[in-house]
Design a protein around this ligand. Structure first.
Ligand code: SAH
Ligand code: SF4
Length: 417
C-alpha cells in the first residue's frame, strides 16, 4: 500500500481506469486508512510533524469502529482532520444499505464502492444454544464479481469487475462493528465467502486477514477467520508457507472430474486431486482441519456415486465436510437437493469416518447466497436469456455426467438423456 506523504494531495483530479464491461466509474486515489498498517500511519504522523500519540489516537478511533469519518473524531484538531482527509479515506464504502431476514437473525449489506461497483456482506447471528455461546458470523467479499464462473453461483453469473483492495475488504468488517455496537454485539467469526475468489486476490486478502486478526487492529483471532477457495493451488501453497492459523475452506462440490469441471471451471487448471493434496499440506503444516464445502444440487451432484467418490478422495484426511443445500438462483434450472438425499450423502461420508454436517440455508429470502443482491441490482435477466442459460446448463450437465461414469452411476434425472 502506497501511503501518501502528509502534504501530498491524493485524488486531485480523477484517476481514470480501464473501462471494463459494464463501464466502471472514477476511482478515488486516496488509500483507505484501514488498509494502512499502524507503523505506516505512525510514519505519516512523524512526517507531518504531529505527535506520535496522535497517530495512535487516530488508529484506535478507526479500529474501535466508532467513527466512519475523520470529522466524527471530536478529539482531533480541525486542521489535522482535514489533512488526514486529504491523504486518506476513513471509509472506502461510499454507501451501504442493509436488508434484514430470518426475523433479524440474518442481515445483508449491499455496499457501493467509490467507482460505483457494488459488493455484499452478510451477517448471520446464531443465538446461544446447548452450552454454546452466541455467535455472529460475518461473510465478506474479496472481489467485485468473480472470474471463476461456477454456474450455480449468482456472483459467477455476474462476471468479474475488479479486485478489492485491503481497506475495501476490512471496511466491511468495520461497517458491521459499528452497526452492531448499538446492540452491544460483536462479530465472533469472519468468513471470506462473499463475492469473489479470495486466492485470486491473494495480496489484498492476506493483508486484510492480517489486519483483522492483529490484536492491535481489528483483533479477531486468526482461528476465527475462514478463507474459502474454489481451488487455487498456488494460493493454498502460499498460505501453507505462511503457516497462519486461519481456517481453510475448499469448495469441492464434486469429486468426479467431469462433473466438477462443470460446477467449478477451475478444475481444468487445478484438478480436485491437486487441490486436496495442497489443502492436506496446509492441514499438516498448521494442524488446522480443512473444511470441504459441497453445495447440494438436486439430481446433479447428490447421487450415491458422487458421495462415494467424495468419500474416496477425502477419507483419512484432517477434514470436515459441510453439505449446503443450493440456494436457488435465477439463471439456473437447478434446485436444492431434498433433505433425505443430503442425509444419505452425509451417511456415506460418515461411514468412512469423515466428520460431516448438513447446513441450513440462511437468509434465502433476502438472497443471501453469494452475489444475489448485486445480481438483482444489475437488473433481472430477460426470461428468454434465463431460458437459454437453463437449456445450456441442462445440456452441459447431461454431457458432463455421461462422461463421468457408467449409466447406473448417473443421477436418475439424467438417465436416458
Ligand atoms: N470463491 C470462493 C469464496 C466465495 S463463494 C469459493 O468458491 O469458495 C463462498 C461459498 O458460497 C462457496 O462454497 C460457494 O460454493 C457457495 N455458493 C455459491 N453460490 C451458492 C448457491 N447458489 N447456493 C449455496 N451456496 C453457494
Ligand atoms: Fe466465484 Fe466462489 Fe461464486 Fe465460484 S462460487 S463463481 S469461485 S464466488
Amino acid at each position: 500500500m502506497r501511503v501518501p506523504t502528509p502534504d501530498q494531495r491524493v485524488g486531485e483530479g480523477p484517476t481514470p481506469v480501464l473501462l471494463p464491461s459494464p463501464p466502471a466509474g472514477i476511482r478515488d486515489g486516496r488509500p483507505g486508512v484501514s488498509g494502512v498498517t499502524r507503523d505506516a500511519l505512525g510514519d505519516w504522523f512523524m512526517t507531518a510533524g504531529e505527535a506520535a500519540w496522535r497517530g495512535r489516537q487516530v488508529a484506535d478511533a478507526i479500529w474501535s469502529g466508532r467513527h466512519a469519518s475523520f470529522e466524527d473524531i471530536p478529539q482531533l484538531p480541525a486542521a489535522l482532520r482535514s489533512r488526514l482527509a486529504a491523504s486518506f479515506r476513513a471509509n472506502t464504502l461510499v454507501d451501504t444499505s442493509v436488508r434484514p431476514s430470518d426475523g433479524g437473525l440474518t442481515e445483508k449489506a449491499l455496499h457501493r464502492l467509490d467507482d460505483g461497483r457494488t459488493i455484499e456482506s452478510v451477517l448471520m447471528r446464531y443465538p446461544a444454544r446447548g452450552g454454546r455461546r452466541e455467535r455472529a458470523t460475518l461473510c465478506i467479499s474479496s472481489q467485485a464479481g468473480c472470474a471463476v464462473g461456477c454456474p450455480f453461483c449468482a456472483t459467477g453469473e455476474l462476471g468479474f469487475w475488479r479486485d478489492l483492495d485491503t481497506a475495501e475488504i476490512v471496511d466491511q468488517a468495520l461497517f458491521w462493528r459499528r452497526h452492531m455496537a448499538a446492540d452491544g454485539q460483536r462479530i465472533t467469526n469472519i468468513v471470506f465467502m462473499g463475492m469473489g475468489e479470495p486466492l485470486l486476490n491473494t495480496d489484498a486478502v492476506l493483508a486484510a486477514a492480517d489486519a483483522l486478526s492483529d490484536t492491535d487492529r481489528f483483533g479477531l483471532g486468526a482461528r476465527h477467520i475462514t478463507i474459502s477457495t474454489s481451488g487455487v493451488v498456488p494460493g493454498i501453497d502460499r498460505l501453507t508457507d505462511l503457516r497462519p492459523q486461519f481456517t481453510l475452506a475448499v469448495s469441492l462440490h464434486a469429486a468426479r472430474p467431469a462433473l466438477r469441471e462443470l460446477l467449478v471451471p477451475l478444475e481444468r487448471r487445478w484438478p480436485a486431486t491437486q487441490v486436496v493434496a495442497a489443502a492436506t499440506a496446509y492441514a499438516t503444516t498448521t494442524g488446522r482441519r480443512i473444511t470441504y464445502e459441497m453445495v447440494m444440487i438436486g439430481g446433479i451432484n447428490d447421487t450415491l456415486a458422487d458421495a462415494h467418490a467424495a468419500a474416496e478422495l477425502l477419507k483419512g484426511r484432517l477434514a470436515h465436510v459441510n453439505l449446503i443445500p443450493m440456494n436457488p438462483v435465477a439463471h439456473t434450472p437447478w434446485q436444492p437437493s431434498p433433505a433425505d438425499r443430503i442425509e444419505d450423502f452425509a451417511n456415506v461420508l460418515r461411514r468412512v469416518g469423515l466428520h460431516t454436517t448438513v447446513r441450513r440455508n440462511r437468509g434465502v429470502d433476502i438472497g443471501a447466497a453469494c452475489g444475489q443482491l448485486a445480481a438483482e441490482l444489475a437488473g433481472a435477466p430477460t426470461p428468454m436469456a434465463v431460458a437459454r442459460r437453463q437449456r445450456l446448463l441442462v445440456d452441459r450437465s447431461a454431457a458432463a455426467l455421461l462422461d463421468a461414469a457408467t449409466a447406473d452411476a448417473l443421477p436418475h434425472v439424467l438417465r436416458g438423456i
